[in-house]
Design a protein around this ligand. Structure first.
Ligand code: MLT
Length: 391
């Protein structure tokens, strides 16, 4: 038999698993050190009361014969899909119920969506980038072309007319750099995708952190995107669901390639390989869209934004170059003293007992940069900033 030998082309372990292993080794060797984790973008505030209450009620329903539910619709319950549709409608984006697919998170769907595309497709991925896009394409045996992101283009690469691509990954607000595309820039991408018969895989997991009303939060704010884009979103960062697991993917009905409807293909894929998100979790997710839920999650997002401001202002004071932190929970800084990003990771861990994410883990162009997350606890963030300043 033949195994999928492309796994040999992957790095030994997933970026955040590597970091977790290195931090675990350090804390085992130095149990007396108070290590502050600003590495993986994992939230620290609990689920908001509206979500907890909705889930509690759903648990009670599951415990009664009359209200118990077994298998749910693979694409999510109507009550949640309709709430997601209303959330888009507030921004003037009209979605049909059939275009919204509830999932267990953006990471899974970003990997699973590749089932719809031929391994021979040319795929264009920004560098640096969230490692899932790269690793899932390596697993599928697809040749990857990278688009360079750097200080020269504000970490926001734009289409190159000379480059032919079938699949294009865009993430805005960007993980890891925190950069956000404006409308004009996204329009260039939509025009390029339409002209090349390409599909944009748009990761909007951090849309709720955009505070500038002039900046787009969805690719579907751009005319023509319904014919060339799929959008992935998540409750993880917006509502603290990293451990609860819920997200959604929007596949427009107009999106067709090779004579097939991508919406129909995704429905076929999901009904075959996925049995839906637990009812209890979907009830919790729906509560995010109630007026109370919105108010409560906004408070949490503001808390993280304040963390970002605290980190950013300390870096500014010390004259460290950085992007992000304003419309994004990530701060992307240049490693001081010309250190490479893993060397800076080690130095920060050993001298300040602070964990961040080395830019090199996000691609070649991330080398020399470092990512800090604003999802930490407030007191920890303030302490981390003090330790950094002392370095
Ligand atoms: C990150 O730190 O980049 C994210 O937490 C990873 C993820 O959302 O899967």
């Amino acid at each position: 038999m033949k195994i999928n030998a492309r796994y040999k082309d992957l790095k030994d372990s997933y970026l955040f698993s590597t970091i977790a292993r290195r931090v675990a080794a350090y804390t085992a060797a130095h149990p007396e050190k108070a290590v502050i984790r600003l590495g993986i973008g994992d939230v620290t505030l609990p689920l908001c009361p509206a979500v907890v209450e909705a889930m509690r009620k759903a648990v009670a329903e599951m415990g009664e014969k009359e209200t118990f539910r077994g298998y749910g619709p693979e694409q999510g319950y109507d009550f949640l899909a309709e709430a997601i549709g209303a959330y888009y409608a507030e921004r003037g984006i009209v979605l049909d119920r059939s275009e919204i697919f509830v999932s267990d998170g953006a990471k899974s769907d970003l990997g699973n969506i590749l089932d719809l595309f031929d391994p021979d497709n040319a795929v264009l991925i920004p560098d640096p980038v969230y490692p899932v896009y790269v690793d899932t394409n390596i697993m599928a045996g697809r040749a990857i072309r990278y688009m360079d992101a750097g200080e020269e283009n504000g970490f926001l690469p734009l289409p190159d007319e000379g480059e032919k691509a079938d699949l294009i990954y865009l993430c805005s607000p960007n993980n890891p750099t925190g950069a956000v595309y404006n409308r004009e820039q996204l329009r260039l991408w939509v025009d390029y995708a339409l002209a090349n018969d390409a599909v944009i895989l748009f990761d909007a997991a951090y849309e709720a952190f955009v505070r500038d009303p002039a900046l787009p939060r969805s690719i579907f704010e751009i005319e023509g995107a319904r014919r060339c884009a799929i959008e992935f979103c998540s409750f993880s960062k917006t509502a603290g669901f990293t451990g609860t697991r819920c997200g959604y993917t929007v596949v427009p009905q107009e999106l067709e390639r090779g004579g097939l409807s991508l919406n129909g293909m995704w429905l076929r894929r999901q009904t075959t390989k996925f049995n839906g998100v637990p009812y209890i979790v979907q009830r919790g997710a729906a509560a995010v869209f109630t007026p109370e839920g919105q108010r409560q999650i906004r408070e949490n997002i503001d808390y993280y934004r304040e963390n970002a401001r605290i980190i950013a202002s300390a870096l500014r004071e010390k004259g460290v170059w950085f992007t992000g932190g304003e419309n994004s929970p990530y701060i992307w800084l240049k490693c001081p003293d010309g250190l490479d990003s893993w060397a800076y990771f080690d130095r920060l861990l050993e001298e300040a007992n602070v964990v961040g994410t080395p830019g090199g883990g996000f691609g070649r162009n991330g080398e020399g940069f470092f990512r800090l997350t604003a999802f930490g606890d407030r007191a920890d963030t303030e302490e981390a900033v003090r330790r950094l300043a002392r370095m």
